[in-house]
Write a protein that binds this ligand. Sequence first.
Ligand SMILES: Nc1ncnc2c1ncn2[C@@H]1O[C@H](COP(=O)(O)OP(=O)(O)OP(=O)(O)O)[C@@H](O)[C@H]1O
Ligand SMILES: [Mg+2]
Length: 203
Amino acid sequence: MAFKIAVAMFKGGASKTTVSLALAEAAAEAGLDVEAIDTDPMGGLTRWSLGAEEESRPLRMAVTGMPSAKQLSDRIASATSHRDLVVIDGPPPGALAIAKAAIEAADYVLLACPARPADQDSVPATLAAVREAGKPFNGVLTCARKTLLTDTGRIALHGMGVPLLKTELDLSDLVADNYLHRSRGPLRRFGIDLFDEISTKIG
Ligand SMILES: Nc1ncnc2c1ncn2[C@@H]1O[C@H](COP(=O)(O)OP(=O)(O)OP(=O)(O)O)[C@@H](O)[C@H]1O
Ligand SMILES: [Mg+2]
């Protein structure tokens, strides 16, 4: 039976897809059989996977596109029967039903939390959905910088009741540059650290 992790945030551009990719790739590098489920109707993760295939360096995990809430639960049920880990990349805003279905289906939820306080407006609603579903969760800080604003963002998330992981995703062009490629450089390192930290937490 696969363990299921949903990467969630009811806000566009919170780094859900980037975090999902890094986590799934790291788990696959660690030897797990991983499936990533792309719930974005625009298929961002699916395109990423196709780009990597075209380069003859395919992603280390399978990617399935599944942009409907009903199909999502069917797909997850079938994936869990033969995978070790399923990572569900939550959709962009405007697809609330599937965003909630992804949380409902998960054993553990990772909240992709942008570091800047001005980008954290969707954290309370996402947190409420995760709490309502009764799922264990942590926050992962994304687009982090060594600035006072990032420190303020961490404090604000703490105030909202988000237990942040130690692993953070730094804001860097080297991260964005991974699009359509296997994870490498700082994104690969982030994924490995994230997978290690989550594995320790959930045992
Ligand atoms: N740490 C980072 N440093 C630099 N660029 C980043 C970082 N994280 C994400 N990005 C870039 O920001 C954009 C949005 O990231 P991503 O697609 O992962 O967000 P998302 O939450 O999945 O968005 P959506 O809600 O549209 O699905 C992408 O262009 C991505 O490359
Ligand atoms: Mg996305």
